[in-house]
Design a protein around this ligand. Structure first.
Ligand code: OOG
Ligand code: NI
Length: 463
């Protein structure tokens, strides 16, 4: 009798992402409209820009485009976050990056669960921006204790998903049937609940402290609060929203429009006002759930990111509610940022994946260092360099998204210093450093490209 093979993490993630999207389309029909809009814009953009289509096809980026999205959730306790880390591990998603939102007046700190390696990202890069509430930021002691007590009483996971996670950890995988069941059970955690777990007075007291606190504490689970498809032209998507009956947030977050997109640009539609039934049967309203669109560009090195952060800070004073004005100001300020792939690569501002193209007759024992060999091979057309897509998030943009959907800009008091150690303790593991992940993909691709072209093997390669 042979053991049943395990379902791959990537296939479970792919099914989970599809199931989440289907559920959210049922829960928030406007999100379905957003998907239609993005599909229309992507199709048109690719038709109008054959070079972009070719570049994406060559880099294996075309396939993932239509399945690609991210989502966001917020949890209340360290235990909840720790269990989520185990749940996402079943799908090959690990915590990457640390985001401190307290500086922007949002009482959470966050990480993103996402796949790590190139193959996994190419299949389905689904990521979840995951925030942990920092209850210690509630100033009123009674309220803080009440919130902690409410959170201590809920279990956001189904008993069966807990069993399946334990089984995955013990056996090293899940069979096909178990994987199917896992997806169904896992999605339950992120479902919307119209019934609050608290009475209206408690909700109001928490909301008065911060709307986000009420959103995390007063419900049975961490409802998915948005899903975000990836567009190839966010300016066109923003402009088209009203035609599709969607009201966009005022400004697009992130860098300006460029020849070579960098990092991440984001916009969203305003959170819906939803009716809630509170304990004791009172009806009330809550805004939590929205839709977002993102456009991803090349990942930046620490030098590139430092330049981005400096220019973005310079643009801060121009931030207005008029997207056209703001984007014009931003574009002016970002003129300093090189806007062609070759300069970004040579100045080491962005990360690239190197790929052998055709055959070469280079002597594998020729005494040349890898970097000059690569430049020569790029010049002769034997190696092509593809920009590596940025897979992470941006704290300033995230703060803008949070605020536009809480209907408040509670910013202000730079709250007590957040701590990456505390988040990692809750996760039960360190968060990966995103720069290191991109640098590793780049270095590995260089090595592989040279090995291919030079016919290098361990035997014929100089140490
Ligand atoms: C998360 C907001 C941040 C993004 O894309 O930057 C975010 C939230 O509202 O929970 O999703
Ligand atoms: Ni988002």
């Amino acid at each position: 009798m042979s053991a049943e093979p395990f379902a791959s993490a990537a296939s479970i993630r792919d099914r989970f992402a599809a199931a989440m999207s289907a559920m959210y389309q049922r829960e928030v029909p406007q999100y379905g409209t957003l998907l239609d809009l993005v599909a229309d814009i992507n199709e048109k953009t690719l038709a109008d820009h054959p070079a972009l289509r070719e570049q994406m096809a060559a880099a294996n980026d075309l396939e993932r485009l239509s399945v690609e999205r991210h989502g966001a959730i917020r949890v209340g306790t360290a235990e909840e976050l720790g269990m989520l880390a185990r749940l996402f591990a079943v799908m090959g998603m690990a915590p990457v990056g640390y985001y401190d939102l307290a500086a922007a007046g949002v009482p959470v700190h966050s990480t993103a669960f996402r796949p790590i390696d190139s193959e996994a990202l190419a299949i389905n890069p689904f990521r979840l921006f995951t925030s942990l509430l920092r209850l210690e930021l509630i100033e009123d002691e009674d309220l803080r204790e009440r919130a902690a007590a409410i959170l201590a009483e809920r279990d956001i996971f189904t008993p069966r998903v807990r069993e399946l996670i334990a089984r995955f950890e013990a056996e090293g995988g899940l069979t096909e049937d178990e994987a199917e069941e896992f997806v169904t059970e896992a999605v339950e955690t992120f479902r919307w609940h119209k019934d609050a777990t608290v009475d209206y007075a408690t909700y109001s007291a928490l909301a008065a402290e911060h709307k986000l606190i009420a959103d995390v504490v007063c419900f049975r689970g961490p409802h998915i609060n948005h899903l975000t498809p990836r567009t190839l032209d966010i300016d066109a998507a923003q402009a088209a929203m009203p035609e599709y009956g969607i009201t966009p947030k005022a400004v697009i977050e992130g860098p300006p429009r460029r020849e070579v997109p960098i990092l991440l640009r984001q916009t969203s539609f305003k959170a819906l006002e939803e009716s809630i039934r509170f304990a004791g049967d009172a009806e009330g309203r809550h805004t939590a759930r929205f839709g977002e669109i993102e456009q991803r560009g090349v990942a930046l090195t620490p030098d590139g990111r430092a330049l981005y952060d400096r220019l973005l800070a310079a643009a801060k004073t121009y931030k207005s509610d008029d997207n056209t004005d703001y984007q014009a100001a931003l574009a002016g300020i970002f003129e300093e940022f090189p806007d062609d792939l070759d300069t970004l690569r040579r100045r080491e501002l962005a990360y690239f994946r190197y790929q052998a193209a055709g055959e070469s007759t280079i002597d594998p024992s020729a005494p040349t260092d890898d970097d000059s060999a690569i430049e020569a091979l790029i010049a002769s057309g034997h190696i092509v360099a593809h920009p590596i897509v940025y897979e992470d998030f941006l704290p300033v943009s995230a703060a803008g998204i949070f605020q536009s959907n809480l209907g408040s800009d509670d910013a202000g008091e730079g709250a007590a210093a957040a701590s990456q150690d505390a988040l990692e303790a809750a996760l039960g593991q360190p968060v990966a450093d995103p720069f290191r992940l991109y640098a590793e993909i780049e270095a590995e691709s260089k090595r592989a490209a040279l090995d291919t072209l030079m016919g290098r093997t361990p035997e014929n390669t100089p140490a």
